[in-house]
Structure formats: C-alpha cells, structure tokens
Design a binder for this molecule. Structure first.
Ligand code: TRP
Length: 332
C-alpha cells in the first residue's frame, strides 16, 4: 500500500505585502513541495490583530496575499489555501491550549519580548498568547512539517512542548510537528542593511523589494543596495552585502555561488547589482501578470477560499472533537 503523504502546514500574517524575502524564503519552496506533500497554507489574520491594524488595510492585504500565493505558483488544487478566521476551530483550540500553556514559558518567548518592547502602548493578552494560537493552528491538522523562518522555530518548539504535555495527560491526541527551515533562500537580508532580515516591518522602503513593485523601482533598489569595501564579487562572510545579493541571484536563477563568481570575474559591483536587479524584475513580472489575472476574477477567488475553508474545517473539527472528548466536555 502507498504511504499516505506527509502533511505540511504554514501560515503568513497579512501585516504587509509579500516581499522577495518571503517569496524566496517561503512561497517558492512551498511550490516545490506541492506534489510530495499534503499542504495546508493559511493567511494568519487572527494573529495579525495582535498589533493594531487598520480594518480596510487588513482586508486588502489579506486578499492580496491570498492571490499572490497562487500567483507565485501554489496550485490551489494541490494545496489547501484558506483564511485562519474562516475556520473557527483555530480560536477554539487556542483557548483550550491556553489552559495547558504556562505563564512562565510564554513570558520567555523572544518574539513576545521583542514585540512588547516595540509596542509598549499595546502589550495585549493576544500578543502574549500568540504561541498557543499558533500551536492550535499546527496541531489541528496533525501536521508533520511546519516550514518557517528561523525567527519562528521557537514557536514550533513551544508547540511541541504543549502537544507533549497534552498527550502525556490524555494519550496520543496530537502528532508532534517538526520545524522545517529550508536551506537556501531562507535568509534574504535587507538591501540597505544586510545584517538584518528583509522584513515586512522594515522602515526604509529601499531595503525591501515587494512582489508587486514596479520594474524600475526594483532596479533602482538593487542599484542602491549597500555593498562592502573591495570590488570583487565573492561569497564570503566579510562581504555581507555582496553575499546577500549572491544569495538572491542564486535563488532566482539557480546558479551556484562559484558560477556567479566566475560570471562576474573582473566586473564591478555596479554590473553585478544591475544584473541581480534585472533577474529579480524579470521574475516579478511573471508573478505580477498572473496576479492581475487572478485578482480580476473575484468569483473564482471567493469560491476557492470557501471550498478550502470547508476542507480545512472538516479536518480541524475532527481534532477539536477528540480534544473536547478527552478533556471531559459533554458531547452534543
Ligand atoms: N507566526 C508566524 C509568523 O509570524 C505565522 C504563523 C501563524 C504560522 N500560525 C502559524 C506559521 C502556524 C506556521 C504555522 O511568521
């Protein structure tokens, strides 16, 4: 008999648009997984409201991300792509898991400490219990693998701790998930500060290339990218700017670092930056064309996310009912 496919699950918060770092570090790798695994991806809108966000902006960004995922090559027939808020079991299991998550372990979470420092006027309880909602996201689907960036591995760890604690009390209810940090492309840095991750929350717009950026903006940002002293194109630790550009170039066109070094042997930073900019702009124009096409068909998109939420909900509900039963809630 054929082995059932392993299940993959991941989420992205709609707190900004998808940028090149998110594409090369996440979405692009997801496309490569769609045949081998049973994949679930969602827009983490429940998580997004732990930081104040304008309602119109939230709605727009959430829909944009949904269409962008598909434009990036995620086949909606092979992957279940949905909105977290459409599957009510996430919030319900999160409450249960809150009661099996300790105050002390939540206070030690790096992201909580960082975010409370950055949002001192809004350290809400949701920000604090963010990890138990994320644990619910993962455990509801009995996911085997959770592709995340390095900054999220602590959340996968605490998810395992919570699952273990629950299983020890009630038997094998939850499958223990593994974090899955892709090797290449996971670490795209800001173009203006190559020591920092290219991030949705970056202040300087020149540091981040968004998937919907216009071609001339993309090229301009790459031309302005911060480089290092010296003039050679070499992949070394003491050239963080060039190293970042090489990582991008390699992720976009599949060339190895040695091939890139050879290609630009004797050429300067200017030539190299332009070449990286053009390769990224070409990549984005394909994604943008598909994005425009998909976004125009509102009925298609709505039907898609309704159907996906139903499918997700069916699976999530099985887990939730099992949990309720184990805990001792009276059955309906
Ligand atoms: N916390 C993740 C992030 O900020 C988003 C997320 C929410 C997530 N729920 C998830 C990722 C479940 C993986 C699995 O990037």
């Amino acid at each position: 008999m054929e082995e059932p496919k392993k299940r993959i699950l991941s989420g992205i918060k709609p707190t900004g648009t998808l940028n090149l770092g998110g594409y090369l570090g996440a979405a692009k790798n997801w496309v490569a997984l769609q045949n081998e695994f049973d994949c679930f991806y969602f827009i983490a809108d429940l998580h997004a409201i732990t930081i104040r966000i304008n309602p119109a902006q939230l709605r727009k960004q959430a829909k944009e991300l949904y269409a962008l995922y598909i434009a990036c090559g995620l086949d909606p027939e092979k992957n279940t792509i949905f909105f977290q808020s459409h599957v009510h079991q996430h919030a319900e299991l999160a409450w249960v898991l809150d009661c099996y998550t300790m105050f002390g372990e939540l206070s030690r979470m790096t992201q909580f400490k960082d975010k409370s420092a950055k949002n001192a006027d809004n350290i809400n309880a949701g920000l604090f219990t963010y990890p138990s909602l994320m644990a619910a996201d993962i455990l509801l689907y009995q996911a085997d693998l959770v592709p995340v960036g390095e900054d999220q591995t602590q959340h996968v760890e605490i998810c395992r701790d919570i699952a273990n604690r629950f299983n020890n009390l009630y038997g094998e209810v939850f499958r223990l998930p593994e974090g899955y940090v892709p090797k290449v492309g996971a670490r795209i840095k800001s173009l203006v500060n190559p020591m920092q991750k290219m991030s949705k929350s970056e202040q300087d717009p020149n540091g981040t290339v968004n998937l919907l950026d216009r071609r001339d903006d993309v090229i301009r940002k790459f031309k302005k990218a911060v480089t290092d002293s010296g003039s050679e194109i070499l992949y070394t630790e003491d050239k963080p700017g060039i190293k970042n550009l090489m990582t991008i170039y390699s992720a976009v066109n599949g060339k190895t670092f040695e091939e890139i070094e050879r290609e630009f042997d004797g050429k300067g930073y200017g030539d190299f930056k332009l070449a990286v900019g053009e390769s990224v702009a070409d990549l984005l124009s394909g994604i943008q064309e598909k994005y425009t096409q998909i976004s125009e068909d509102k009925t298609y998109l709505e039907n898609l996310w309704r159907g996906s939420a139903e499918k997700a909900s069916y699976i999530a509900n099985k887990t939730l009912r099992k949990v309720y039963k184990k805990i001792g809630f009276v059955e309906k």
